[in-house]
Design a protein around this ligand. Structure first.
Ligand code: TRH
Length: 389
């Protein structure tokens, strides 16, 4: 049995969440999801972000202020002392993925408390929200304090908060209504209707979603799907995945290969986070990337393949390994991941092994069950923050 959704008898808090978008959509995706989840639990959020453009499609209405409890603010406003004089001070600051809160913003907290005659203000709970990983250091570092030694917040303490897959970590984002939404989606006709709303007529074929960077093994995957006796409809996410697939198909055409028969390719528009969930729940295999879509694919409980975000120092290799260990990936799933995540193809390296979706489904479902025994990230973060204040 999954843990019941939390009942929040705690006082609602005011949160400042800070996000700088490096590239892609993971940073803003996670920050938005956290804000929306906290707001749905009665809290008030200010999301300070340097590039909010992805919210247009990820969370329609967010930028227009139509999302109760969350207001999206431009990052520059967090450095503007005149503007900062007005808003009330928050109870919690969340600094996502090592982005640093502007000194002006920090200094303003101190000034405004002095102006109010409070010379010993209770500082906000200051959380440094880290990237998701299954590596061993996560359990060791989760919750560690980081005293601030200089600047306007000298003497205060930030705390590292590590999301993770095991009980000694900060958990994963999982909205309280997620399981109910999934159950509702499992009703007859929902899958076909949801696909139809994207302009896709589902033929009853196997459905595969594709959200990836540019894996060199992509041509191999398309070949494998085309060669299979079972027909496939491949649903390709907008952006880099689509460019990569178009390039492979163009090369195939140029080589004079016959038209695809078993494989039908559909190019998707950008979906809201909610519709992206529906896509993952609809498919028989989800190829995801980054971290947030990986978590959503775990909740979807379908076979999944992860294209990890590649790092220059190859730090992603150990990270992928740790994830596969935690997942309990069998030999085919592991070999598939290694081939899918290779950064170059070479004649010496083995190509993609054949997929074994039945066995991969069992693996993902087992892991999903173990995750459902843990409190979700937002519930844990709330408990953590209340202890630190
Ligand atoms: O976009 P990403 O590759 O983000 C990455 C990673 O987070 C990586 O760790 C980080 O360092 C790098 O960015 C800078 O993958 P991710 O994390 O899955 O984020 C995608 C978000 O976009 C996720 O919230 C789901 C959402 N999404 C939609 O809402 N609709 C869509 O149509 C698609 C394709 C994605």
């Amino acid at each position: 049995m999954p843990k019941p959704p939390p009942t929040d008898s705690k006082p609602p808090l005011l949160w400042d969440v800070f996000c700088r978008v490096i590239d892609n959509f993971g940073d803003i995706g996670v920050c938005w999801r956290l804000c929306a989840d906290l707001a749905a639990r009665g809290h008030t959020l200010r999301l300070w972000v340097d590039d909010a453009s992805a919210l247009h499609w990820m969370a329609p209405g967010a930028l227009e202020g139509n999302w109760p409890g969350v207001s999206v603010r431009a990052w520059e406003q967090s450095t503007d002392s005149a503007l900062l004089a007005t808003p009330p001070r928050a109870d919690v600051w969340v600094e996502a993925f090592g982005c640093e809160i502007a000194t002006e913003f920090v200094a303003n907290y101190d000034h405004s408390t002095r102006a109010e005659g409070k010379f010993d203000p209770k500082p906000p709970a200051w959380i440094n929200l880290e990237y998701l990983s299954a590596e061993g250091f996560v359990e060791r570092c989760h919750g560690l304090p980081s005293p601030i030694m200089r600047g306007p917040a000298m003497g205060w303490t930030k705390h590292f908060y590590y999301p993770g897959f095991t009980p000694r970590t900060g958990g994963l984002l999982r909205e309280p209504d997620l399981l109910q939404r999934q159950q509702d989606f499992a009703q007859p006709g929902q899958r076909a209707d949801s696909l139809a709303s994207l302009g896709i007529t589902w033929t009853g074929a196997r459905l595969v979603s594709l959200f990836c960077y540019e894996p060199p093994a992509l041509a191999d995957l398309l070949r494998q799907l085309e060669a299979d006796a079972e027909p496939t409809q491949l649903l390709v996410a907008d952006g880099r995945a689509q460019h990569a697939v178009r390039a492979v198909l163009a090369e195939r055409d140029a080589s004079g290969a016959p038209p695809l028969q078993q494989l039908q390719v559909h190019f998707l528009p950008r979906l809201s986070q909610r519709d992206f969930d529906h896509l993952l729940w609809s498919c028989d295999l989800n190829c995801v990337r980054g971290e947030d879509s990986l978590v959503r694919a775990l909740w979807a409980g379908k076979p999944l393949v992860w294209h990890i975000y590649p790092q220059d120092d190859a730090a992603h290799v150990a990270k992928l390994d740790a994830f596969l260990d935690w997942l309990g990936a069998d030999a085919t799933l592991r070999a598939f991941h290694l081939a899918w995540n290779r950064t170059e193809t070479s004649a010496q390296e083995p190509g993609l092994p054949l997929m074994d979706l039945k066995s991969w489904a069992q693996t993902v479902q087992r892991s999903r069950q173990s995750l459902l025994q843990m409190d979700d990230l937002t519930t844990q973060l709330l408990q953590f923050v209340l202890k630190k204040r």
